[in-house]
Ligand binder design. Structure first.
Ligand SMILES: Nc1ncnc2c1ncn2[C@@H]1O[C@H](COP(=O)(O)OP(=O)(O)OP(=O)(O)O)[C@@H](O)[C@H]1O
Ligand SMILES: [Mg+2]
Length: 315
């Protein structure tokens, strides 16, 4: 709202972005409080990057309204850019510049004066301080991400957008990256992050699930998972390969997920559907299969949602 002393970090209503005939983002309505850690997940092409680019003021919406830190998305795009940080999915560093020079370049770009102290802080924060003189092109994937993050933070943004910061990063560097984000959250920075790793999204305060341009879920990980309570089961009692093969003849592969030595089955219609599955297995000569309710993970919910022809209909 205009004039509100401490407006939400993000407030949008009906934001839409079309590319020719494709509606990349449809009707995005979202309010994020200051200091929130928000995760945006969804399959390839769901519209996550497009949503983020609109919220950064980089891409003009086709319709709808939005305020970022109280600033209008249409009229104050430049002011928005000066107060947010953005790590794009395909960020570019200058390979022939050193770590230090890359940060300095972004300091210049944002008109940050006397940036030296902030640069040294960021180098220490991202643990890149032992080698400020190393060329960016000589860095590992994880180090490049950390440097790109340091560059995105040079102007001390209040709101940070991270588009798939951990894709292609090894598990150790992902852990380090998480620690860095935790430090930023402790400083009160609001973070919006997209990630293909659902276990990573579980750490967010709230998660938005996108599919074909629509936000189909928006809640805390606990609340999202609660939707599946009692309907996510693990199968046992017969060779899992046989159970999988037979159930797959009638249920879509996405309702069935193999995790190593476990087979998860999403019974959207609960007990009735489990009885049908048991009868079907019996009919095909496999008996004694037990279905035990399990604690669903965010990944289970995601898979279950995507398994529905009309997404979300069964939930
Ligand atoms: N500049 C563009 N011109 C035309 N179509 C585009 C453009 N940018 C995105 N799209 C289309 O919009 C849709 C959403 O793309 P977007 O990149 O936002 O998805 P995403 O969820 O970020 O996917 P990914 O997980 O692969 O990064 C896709 O159909 C994509 O092809
Ligand atoms: Mg993307």
């Amino acid at each position: 709202m205009p004039g509100t002393p401490n407006p939400p970090a993000i407030e949008t209503r009906g934001l839409r972005r079309a590319f020719d005939s494709v509606d990349a983002v449809k009707n995005l309505t979202l309010t994020l409080r200051r200091g929130e850690f928000f995760g945006l997940v969804g399959p390839d092409g769901a519209g996550k990057s497009t949503a983020i680019r609109m919220l950064c003021g980089i891409l003009k919406p086709t319709a709808g309204e939005g305020r970022i830190l109280g600033l209008d998305l249409y009229h104050d795009a430049e002011a928005i850019k000066s107060r947010i940080g953005y790590l794009s999915q395909s960020f570019t560093l200058y390979g022939d510049l050193t770590i230090s020079e890359n940060i300095e370049f972004f300091a210049d770009l944002h008109g940050v004066e006397n940036y030296q102290r902030r640069r040294d802080e960021l180098l220490a924060f991202t643990r890149l301080d032992p080698f400020p003189g190393r060329l960016a092109q000589a860095l590992s994937g994880g180090m490049k991400k950390k440097l790109a993050l340091a560059c995105a933070l040079i102007h001390t943004p209040e709101l940070l957008f991270l588009d798939e910061p951990s894709t292609g990063v090894d598990p150790v560097s992902r852990g380090e990256f998480r620690t860095i984000l935790k430090g930023l959250l402790d400083q009160g920075v609001t973070i919006v992050m997209t990630t293909p790793y659902l276990d990573e999204a579980e750490r967010c305060d709230r998660v938005g699930m996108m599919h074909q341009g629509k936000l189909i879920r928006l809640d805390t990980p606990v609340a999202i998972k609660a939707e599946l309570q009692g309907r996510m089961v693990a199968a046992s009692g017969a060779p899992l390969g046989d159970i999988y093969k037979i159930l797959k003849q009638r249920w879509p592969a996405t309702a069935l997920v193999r995790y190593g030595d476990r087979l998860h089955f999403f019974a959207g219609r609960g007990a009735e559907e489990l009885a049908e599955a048991t009868a079907w297995l019996n009919q095909k000569g496999v008996s004694g299969v037990r279905f035990t309710p399990i604690e669903p993970s965010l990944e289970d919910v995601f898979v279950a949602l995507m398994s529905e022809p009309k997404v979300g209909a069964a939930l």
